[in-house]
Design a protein around this ligand. Structure first.
Ligand SMILES: Cc1cc2nc3c(=O)[nH]c(=O)nc-3n(C[C@H](O)[C@H](O)[C@H](O)COP(=O)(O)OP(=O)(O)OC[C@H]3O[C@@H](n4cnc5c(N)ncnc54)[C@H](O)[C@@H]3O)c2cc1C
Length: 432
């Protein structure tokens, strides 16, 4: 739909959801199913390049619930992060919010904090997979979802041995994972040759094909009666008697009963309009989508030490990865993209070079402890659902459900305590 064709919206919906990425769409889904009149505001096009939900590798399923903040990050690795070629690169700058974020990040790098983060993320990923499977039963959305399992590969003996040692703990947390015996990787991926020390397999590895999933989901939401307003940007809030009484947008004002803020990496600036400080930093990543090489893998593969993911999308292969804490500028570094693609050949040396269709960058909305911020904050009718970081596709279904439960005053399936926005001790600011 073009900007000119955008239909007029109701100016008094029960709930306005700000942001049309995967976080916003899942909130809209659960709220609408609970009977609310919902309007979604998206400042660009749904599934457009600006959204982090549009060009990622789409891994969902039960694997990959570890927060980014992990024990060891505070030691020599934190210094290595300053190198521009580091898989997780931090560009130092004199920015009070970045320093505060790094302080919280450092405190989250303890075994107990990482274990607590893992528990809530694993529970949310499991619940999200259930919601996705339910969604796929009844709709064309199923065409944008697949669950062929995921292979986690390790190039270094140290990396593989640490991963193998953690398998029992992962399984004890209800996540299926096993070590692949010699020869099993070849059986699973007969076309692809790997130069790795070992590999693990999770049969619940699944993926969403994006941006197609976002577009199909939006179609379903519109059919359910959700009003989705593209090219419509939130520009300000009016607060009366402790509640948001009016939202100003580039297409007129709205007087919602409640507001759900799901603006991804831009949630910080939107929250400030309501006088709320959020501890989010954008962590940039890239994806490159190429013609499927003849020796490309048939299922998702993670190149673990390099933090690079491969996902087959029919006749294409998407390579995604890199973590860059370099501010809100969503520009592409050719150097880092080239390095990411070179890394793939370290693991899959025979992978043929093919035509590149798209190089994309996205800003992951990231909290210091890797756990999203979901819950009430500031004005009485505001709920935040942001900070999904590097696993937002795999968390947003459960996060949206939690928002629905909180707004309806129902007992939530997902524990709201570990994700509460106030856990960083943030203060409310007066709106300007
Ligand atoms: C390279 C890469 C690979 C990734 N791979 C995976 C993966 O395999 N699995 C996984 O689970 N996650 C993955 N992620 C993370 C995932 O993409 C994000 O966690 C997720 O997309 C965040 O969704 P969101 O809805 O919070 O943010 P977004 O998708 O960014 O949506 C926020 C939306 O809000 C809109 N907005 C902003 N300001 C305003 C305003 N003022 N008014 C109206 N609208 C506004 C924006 O235009 C945007 O569309 C990856 C990320 C990257 C970068």
């Amino acid at each position: 739909m073009s900007e000119e064709q955008t239909p007029p919206v109701r100016d008094d919906p029960d709930v306005v959801v700000v942001g049309g990425g995967v976080a916003g769409l899942f909130c809209a889904y659960h709220l609408r199913r609970a009977g609310a009149a919902v309007t979604v505001l998206e400042r660009g096009a749904l599934g457009g390049q600006q959204s982090c939900s549009s060009g990622n590798t789409g891994f969902v399923g039960t694997h990959g619930a570890a927060p980014l903040a992990e024990p060891g990050m505070r030691s020599w690795r934190s210094l290595a992060m300053l190198h521009p070629d580091a898989p997780f690169h931090v560009r130092p700058r004199a920015d009070r919010e970045l320093l505060r974020w790094l302080g919280h990040f450092g405190r989250a790098c303890t075994p107990s904090a990482a274990a607590a983060g893992f528990r809530i993320l694993a529970a949310m990923k499991r619940r999200s997979l259930e919601i996705l499977l339910e969604l796929c039963e009844s709709d064309r959305i199923a065409d944008t979802f697949a669950m062929p399992g995921i292979v986690l590969t390790y190039r270094s003996a140290q990396g593989f041995s640490a991963a193998r040692a953690a398998v029992a703990r992962t399984v004890a947390n209800g996540i299926p994972l096993r070590v692949l015996e010699p020869g099993e990787l070849d059986e699973l991926e007969p076309k692809t040759r790997f130069t790795v020390r070992g590999a693990l397999y999770n049969p619940e590895g699944a993926y969403l094909r994006v941006p197609e999933f976002v577009l199909e989901f939006a179609r379903l939401l519109r059919a359910l009666g959700v009003e989705i307003r593209e090219y419509s940007e939130l520009t300000g809030c009016t607060i009366t008697a402790g509640k948001i009484s009016r939202l100003s947008t580039t297409h007129g004002d709205l007087r919602p009963g409640a507001v759900v803020l799901t603006a991804g990496a831009w949630s910080t600036e939107c929250a400030r309009m309501a006088g709320v400080e959020l501890p989010l930093q954008p962590i940039k990543g890239y994806s490159v989508t190429v013609d499927m090489p003849p020796s490309g893998p048939s299922r998702p593969v993670l190149l673990s030490e390099a933090r690079v993911a491969l996902v087959p999308l029919g006749d294409r292969l998407r390579i995604g990865g890199t973590l860059e804490l370099t501010g809100m500028r969503n520009t592409i570094s050719d150097r880092r993209v080239a390095r990411m693609v070179r890394t793939v050949r370290d693991y899959l040396p025979d992978l043929e070079q093919t035509h590149t269709h798209e190089t994309w960058s996205g800003l992951r909305p990231s909290t210091p402890d890797g756990v999203p911020v979901i819950g009430r904050a500031g004005p009485g009718n505001l709920i935040i659902a942001a900070g999904y970081g590097h696993i937002g596709m795999g968390l947003a279904p459960a996060g949206g459900e939690l928002v629905g439960h909180l707004l309806a005053g129902e007992t939530p399936v997902t524990d709201p305590v570990p994700v509460r926005p106030s856990r960083f001790g943030g203060r409310d600011r007066r709106p300007t």
